[in-house]
Design a protein around this ligand. Structure first.
Ligand SMILES: [Zn+2]
Length: 351
């Protein structure tokens, strides 16, 4: 991943200020818990912290960018930085043992070794228990940073041993700005992506890269079609989304229709949520400039007609739950089947 110093991380001033204060007071804890949704800059901030605390000429809590230590960061060559993430679905005990082995040596060049554990909630129970011991007495010179979406997904004993730092969703205008800087997108499209990404620059960038704007229509029409298909067809659709069921239909380019890649599922959910939120706004006569899918206003109004507000809210909560199940790698096929049936049922009760 690209190295970004503190000064260029967007939307996380509060978290960064908090970290800088601890640096200034030389009160660095041995473990941090960075809490926030995916793609808001937790890992970038952790790496920037590693740079700042190892800088020999640091001013105001920022790395100077010029000393030997600072210069190793952009190329990913700083020897005392370790980033651990799930190996497949989980973070396994072997990975935790490796962290332990690494930490038993003094930092090679810097003052501090920084170990970042991304998606810490994906530790297996054995890994989490082993990690608890790591947290109890890490050798001096080591700082552990755990990234997590929801602290309640970790052992309470792990959470209580870490200094918590909150990362907020990034305002849509800033996400849009970040998008236009990184990709050649016009402002309106960037803003649409930013709104659907719910404050996650990482998700917005992923959507931009995957040609998402074209797919949004496909995701929405699948959703709308639920109203007119049978239960069996809804179940087939669910398994097509999870990749279990292959559909034989192909479009003119010979590509399968309705098949999506696994990493697209969060995008699919993001679009569906934006769609339900928009319908909720329309039904509750909220302000129209808050509508995310503004370019599809007519379709939205038609879809929202007669929908009970409580059913819109229930649908939103169901998609939220599906998103969480997906993140935790629970049974994807079953989750998707239930979701499609429930959404279909709530649409049936619309009129
Ligand atoms: Zn420096």
């Amino acid at each position: 991943m690209d190295f970004i110093p503190f000064s260029q991380i967007i939307g996380q001033e509060k978290a960064i200020q908090f970290l800088k204060r601890a640096m200034a007071q030389e009160k660095l804890p041995h473990a941090y818990l960075f809490v926030g949704i995916h793609g808001v800059g937790k890992t970038s901030t952790a790496v920037a912290l590693a740079q700042a605390i190892n800088c020999t000429e640091s001013k105001n809590g920022e790395g100077c960018g010029k000393c030997i230590s600072c210069r190793q960061f952009p190329g990913g060559n700083f020897p005392d930085l370790r980033i651990v993430e799930p190996d497949g679905q989980f973070i396994r005990i072997e990975q935790i043992r490796e962290i332990d082995r690494g930490m038993s040596f003094k930092p090679l060049s810097g003052r501090y070794r920084v170990v970042i554990v991304r998606r810490a909630e994906m530790m297996t129970p054995e890994a989490a228990n082993a990690f608890l011991k790591t947290l109890e007495e890490p050798p001096p010179g080591n700082i552990l940073i755990l990234n997590v979406t929801e602290p309640r997904d970790l052992l309470p004993t792990v959470v209580s041993r870490c200094q918590k730092v909150g990362f907020r969703p990034i305002p849509a205008s800033l996400v849009a700005q970040g998008l236009t800087e990184k990709m050649s997108l016009d402002h309106e499209k960037a803003l649409l992506l930013a709104r659907i990404a719910e404050g996650s620059l990482g998700r917005a960038l992923a959507m931009g890269e995957k040609g998402f704007l074209g797919k949004r229509h496909e995701y929405i029409s699948s959703l709308l079609s639920l109203r007119n298909i049978s239960e069996t067809e809804a179940l087939e659709m669910a398994l097509r989304f999870t990749g279990k069921e292959k559909k034989k239909e192909h479009d003119e380019k010979g590509e399968e229709i309705g098949k999506i890649e696994k990493e697209e599922i969060p995008l699919l959910f993001g679009v569906w949520k934006s769609w339900y939120r928009d319908m909720l706004l329309i039904r509750s006569e909220g302000s129209e400039d808050k509508i995310i899918n503004r370019d599809l206003c007519l379709e939205l109004k038609k879809a929202a007609e007669g929908f009970k507000i409580k059913n819109l809210i229930s649908s939103l909560l169901l998609i939220d739950q599906g998103e969480s199940d997906f993140l935790h790698s629970r049974n994807l096929d079953l989750m998707m089947e239930n979701l499609m049936l429930d959404l279909r049922r709530l649409m049936g009760e619309a009129g």
